[in-house]
Ligand binder design. Structure first.
Ligand code: CA
Ligand code: CA
Length: 314
């Protein structure tokens, strides 16, 4: 994919508004089913069933969704119809999974971090990690791995060694991303927001039932094992809503909705920062970069972003 750079800031002008993100929130269950809700209502409906579980990770790939289960299978399903497109097997007892370019990063039940080919699932390499791994995410080409000792380390393509990024009180339960920060939760139910410079806030309690974390921009979302999603205000970190599912909950993934997509960093304000957020999202193929809503991220989405921005949001 052609890389975009920040040279077009003059095209945008300032505006302010309050937006409903209208995001789609996908939650996988321990039984292998996937439910989806609109972030405005939090009412979940059935989306897909693999009937193997637990589902440990849901990730976007173009217009498709990749669903990883604990048997080590990564399913590719159509993001609209939920039809199964492909399936590959990576590692038994998979704990977590992320996409890095054309590769999968998988945490095995032994706490190893495995690089595998996206199209075949074949192992390429097992990474040495500073601690036994529990969770992995990728953001803007950097890998973040959580460990059983509570440590979070990062590494990008140009680095040969892991760098200490953050520290939780106990084993890292899950890592999630929002545009400005990493969201981490540990086994004692404490969560922490750590910006991309590695500056963390004081941890706050979200419950020991927390399985996975996601973000709509204005909300930090945590799936709760008994079948709920707790929605916390992204700024105040107050619990503002609890959305219930008809099944227990495990992995979570948020697909940005089509309302006011020009607010690319999803903070409710149109500003210059949305351009750099769009460029970063474009370069990692994120759904939020898809400004013309054709479920693909292509260079034409830049023109669409400028148009969306200039049209403003209500
Ligand atoms: Ca914004
Ligand atoms: Ca598009």
């Amino acid at each position: 994919m052609r890389k975009m750079t920040a040279t077009c800031a003059a095209l945008v002008s300032a505006a302010a508004f309050t937006a409903h993100a209208d995001d789609q929130v996908f939650v996988g269950s321990p039984q292998g089913t996937v439910y989806v809700a609109d972030s405005d209502t939090g009412e979940f409906t059935y989306f897909a069933c693999f009937c193997f579980g637990p589902i440990v990770s849901i990730q976007p790939l173009g217009s498709d969704l990749l669903i990883g289960d604990s048997f080590g299978t990564v399913w590719t399903i159509d993001g609209q119809t939920s039809n199964t497109v492909d399936a590959v097997w990576v590692a038994s007892g998979m704990l977590d999974m992320a996409i890095n370019g054309d590769e999968l990063l998988v945490v095995s039940q032994e706490g190893e971090l495995i690089r595998a080919a996206l199209d075949t699932g074949a192992t390429i390499e097992t990474f040495e990690t500073p601690a036994s791994a529990t969770s992995v995410v990728v953001f803007d080409g950097t890998i973040y791995v959580g460990g059983t000792d509570g440590s979070i380390h990062s590494k990008n393509e140009s680095e040969s060694e892991w760098t200490a990024f953050g520290q939780m009180n106990s084993a890292v339960k899950t890592l999630g991303v929002r545009s400005d920060a990493l969201i981490a939760a540990d086994n004692t139910g404490q969560a922490k927001i750590i910006d991309w410079e590695g500056i963390g806030d004081d941890s706050y309690y979200v419950t020991t039932d927390t399985i996975d974390a996601g973000s709509t921009g204005n909300l930090n979302l945590f799936t709760q094992a008994p079948g709920a999603v707790h929605a916390f205000d992204a700024d105040s970190l107050e619990l503002v809503d609890t959305w219930t599912l008809p099944v227990p909950a495990s992995a979570i993934f948020v697909r940005p909705g089509n309302i006011c997509k020009a607010d690319t960093n999803r903070n409710g304000t149109l500003e210059a920062g949305d351009l750099s957020a769009w460029i970063a999202a474009y370069n990692r193929g994120d759904f939020i970069a898809d400004q013309n809503n054709d479920l693909n991220v292509t260079p034409t989405d830049f023109t669409a972003w400028v148009n969306n921005y200039n049209n403003g949001c209500e």
